[in-house]
Design a protein around this ligand. Sequence first.
Ligand code: GLU
Length: 490
Amino acid sequence: MKATGGSPRVRFAPSPTGYFHVGGARTALYNWLFARRLGGTFVLRIEDTDRERSDDAWISGILSALEWLGISWDEGPYRQSERLPLYEKAAAELFAAGRLYACDCSRADVEARNPGRTTPGYDGYCRDRALTPGPGRALRFRTPDEGVTLVHDVVRGDVEFPNSTIEDFVVVKSSGDPLFVLAVVVDDISMGITHVIRAEEHLPTTPKAVMLWEALGAGPVPVFAHLPVLVNEKRQKLSKRRDRVSVEDYRAMGILPEAMRNYLALLGWSPADGREVLDLEELVSEFRLEDVNNSPAFFDERRLLHFNGLYIRALDEEEFLRRALPFLEPPSGPWAPGRFDRAQFERLAPLVKERVATLGEVAGMVDFLFADPFVVDDHDRATSIGRDPGARALLEQVAEGFRSCGWDAGSIRAVVTAAAEASGRKLAKAQAPVRVATMGRAVGLPLFESLEVLGRERALGRVLSALGAGAGTPAGTGPGGAAQPAGGAG
Ligand code: GLU
């Protein structure tokens, strides 16, 4: 499986120990974009040797998030837990060649021998004790005392690690389990990986990987590219305890995969001309590993939302419906079964599409049609109706007009316009009490089109019910309160 004919082989190697992180998704995407343009191979490898922390549920989460993002793999998923014999074999070879030695020191032993020592790491005590491998004995790599190990990194340039700073590191634990650093190298060799594109946090272990790679006589080491860390607005490394980092959460919020992909691509890279909105083909043809920069990338959720809004608005009507419906229909929609009416939603969908940043916001925009009971926001009621002394007269006139006007947006508008004129206010100002009474909130979709879909009976019922609830009486003296009667059934 070695690379042939110059086409690159890359791997994405997640550890399934938690929700799939946006940083992992960015790593996967960069590997994928790099491989796609060059006709390379993208290998998916699940690094599940940490048995306590790995879980199959996390693996399914990773696979489904990759599929959602449109990141397809050409080989795998391989699982390291199924490849243990390969790591054992490599360790045996390295031991036989004198590159590893057995060690039975505990951490306490090392500390007891070196009280007050400031250099961290192993002191080399077992190097020349010629212990045979066995239970309770770890295997350590004999690192050179002198010289430097050079890591050539596409993003960072040449990084030199003095060998004196690299301890004789463990490659097989005293339990017999291979360590990550060994498994990764053995796999990268056997899978013919030519480019290792991964998170910056792995840079410090890279000289160890280079030493192992060379000790295993595996030919030239791969090209390394360590991607810049993702930080929050306080320039702190993104953390699952502090920040929203799981791809699944963004998916559940109604971020579109194409917006996520576009946004992730820009976390550490941008095209030469600074364009920001790039579709998949453009990303594939323009992405260059050499152009990835090495400064921390700010994961700005607001910017992601902005991108998402752009992508939502660019969807055609039919596609918007297809994407939005799972956020509306049972079982995932917010309303009781039977309340959601697709035909009503479709009439307003074009207006909704222009006004949301996520698919998750769609339900809130049309909640006034489907919620049962219909609820008026207390704060908006107090501001737009309760404390507005002219609201009562205006709503009374609107109710009067609603009884007999034609029921289309134009006629509804005419009724509200007439009521506005009669009360000496601008149309925009006159809309506020009507909107709060009928749609429950001071902001939302255009009023007249919304009321047309809501229907005369419900619109009128809600205006009357607002009047009944003390419209126009000073705040605090009206009955006010939480949910109003539904204002007409349906
Ligand atoms: N399994 C590692 C991780 O999830 C990646 C190791 C690598 O890419 O070499 O962070």
